[in-house]
Ligand binder design. Structure first.
Ligand SMILES: C[S@@+](CC[C@H](N)C(=O)[O-])C[C@H]1O[C@@H](n2cnc3c(N)ncnc32)[C@H](O)[C@@H]1O
Length: 426
């Protein structure tokens, strides 16, 4: 195995990331976060991000295209990954010189196995010369074509079609390859929404959105001064929408049962203007530090952080308001975490998650005051974890009433797909 950890070459770095994703099931957002800290020019980083994200998002399309030219069984996975990422650049990154794509791929191939560099060279020249034909799947039905062109595993398409019909399933397939918008939340503990908007609307090309406290920008903002000072935090509009629906009131006693990395709990804190008390619970100890960093950066002073299993914790005092932003399949975040899409749909794993959600809901009920309100949310569009889960919950507790329910698919406003249900304990 070649050693490339110390390289500054964008394509070598991208290749190494993709190996980790495809061979070792690593998550690209974690790898890319590490790369964003590397001391290399921003334009090199941008190329790495584009290649890694684009190759994962389009993996099925790239694999089917490349396999028209090579025998997958006779070609090792490293060479296939190299061909997928190079075919991605040829097809989708039109400003990159084609000779650079081929030369760099050949030079990486020489490090993997010098005998295969000729194969890489010849295959990529064929992709360049026959691009339109190789990337077209006109012989297939429209449904089949759309799922290949958008690299959606058939198991997902079938699940969405069964739950919502083919029209919505097709829209979901097409949406899964879109570039997500950069949404963020203005931290009203430090600046009012209008002041922030007026001050930075030009500099950050700001656009208002469908949900309160949330803006869109075209400029990367994680490295910005406004971010470091805690004026803003990056969060998808659909996620911001959840706490807007929860709508906790000043001085409320609030429980967030599953809090990491802290996007929603810090939003709750800002809604309360640091009054009342918020208990933020998270089972995973390694994520506690992340929540604390967000709490400190955003200036939240009413949050108590606890590391516990939220299926069984009990409190002396019950809560006015509970958020259960449950662990879920993540079928609403394909655009942001394309690895989830590539894993395909397996019933057993989902059944475990559904049971955990159900146990969490039962304990939320136990900890909620009479007249208290709770929100159950997930970043999935899977009905079994959403509407069906809530129907079963409501049938277990006759004094729980649904007061609001919303399923965002993600294609409406280019957000994540999110389910939100607000209930009251009578
Ligand atoms: C969807 S994420 C929460 C996102 C968070 N609300 C936010 O907005 O930043 C779900 C979290 O629940 C945590 N979790 C899973 N099982 C749990 C349990 N039994 N008790 C508490 N937390 C749990 C996971 O570690 C994960 O961090």
């Amino acid at each position: 195995m070649m050693q490339m950890m110390k390289t500054n070459n964008s394509r070598e770095i991208a290749f190494e990331c993709l190996q980790k994703v495809f061979k070792h099931k690593a998550f690209s957002n974690i790898l890319l976060n590490e790369i964003s800290k590397k001391d290399i020019p921003q334009k090199f980083k941008n190329l790495v991000f584009a290649i890694v994200h684009g190759t994962i998002i389009n993996k099925i399309l790239l694999e089917k295209t490349v396999s028209k030219l090579i025998d997958n069984k006779k070609t090792n996975l490293d060479i296939q990954i190299l061909l997928w990422m190079s075919a991605y650049q040829i097809r989708f990154l039109k400003t990159i010189p084609l000779y650079a794509v081929v030369n760099e791929a050949v030079s990486i191939a020489k490090k993997i196995n010098p005998r295969l560099s000729g194969l890489v060279n010849a295959t990529l020249k064929k992709v360049i010369n026959n691009e339109q034909e190789l990337f077209s799947f006109n012989e297939l039905s429209e449904e089949q074509r759309v799922i290949i062109e958008n690299s959606l595993p058939e198991s997902f398409y079938n699940l969405f079609k069964e739950q919502y019909g083919s029209k919505i399933a097709m829209k979901l397939a097409k949406d899964s390859t879109k570039k997500p918008s950069i949404y963020f939340r203005v931290n009203t503990l430090k600046i009012s929404f209008e002041d922030f908007f007026q001050t930075y609307k030009q500099e950050l090309s700001l656009i208002k959105t469908f949900t309160k406290d949330c803006l869109i920008t075209k400029v990367p903002i994680v490295q910005s001064r406004m971010y470091a000072e805690g004026l803003i935090t990056v969060q998808d509009a659909a996620s911001i929408n959840v706490v807007n629906i929860l709508d906790p009131k000043l001085n409320d006693h609030v429980l967030d049962m599953c809090a990491a990395p802290g996007g929603k709990v810090t939003h709750i804190s800002s809604k309360l203007k640091n009054t009342g008390k918020v208990i933020a619970c998270e089972i995973n100890e390694s994520k506690i530090k992340l929540i604390q960093q967000n709490i400190d950066r955003l200036g939240c002073s009413n949050i108590e952080l606890i590391c516990k299993d939220a299926t069984s914790m009990k409190f002396e005092e019950k809560f006015d308001c509970i958020l259960l932003d449950a662990p879920c399949s993540g079928f609403g975040v394909f655009k942001r975490k394309p690895e989830i899409k590539l894993k395909g749909y397996t019933k057993n794993k989902i059944n475990e998650i559904i049971q955990l959600q159900s146990n969490l809901l039962d304990n939320a009920y136990q900890n909620l005051k009479v007249s208290g309100e709770m929100v159950y949310s997930t970043c999935t569009i899977n009905k079994l974890e959403n509407q069906n889960q809530i129907e079963k919950f409501l049938s277990r507790y006759s004094n729980m009433k649904k007061i609001y329910e919303e399923q965002l698919f993600g294609y409406e406003n280019n957000t994540d797909g999110f389910y939100v249900c607000k209930m009251i304990k009578e």
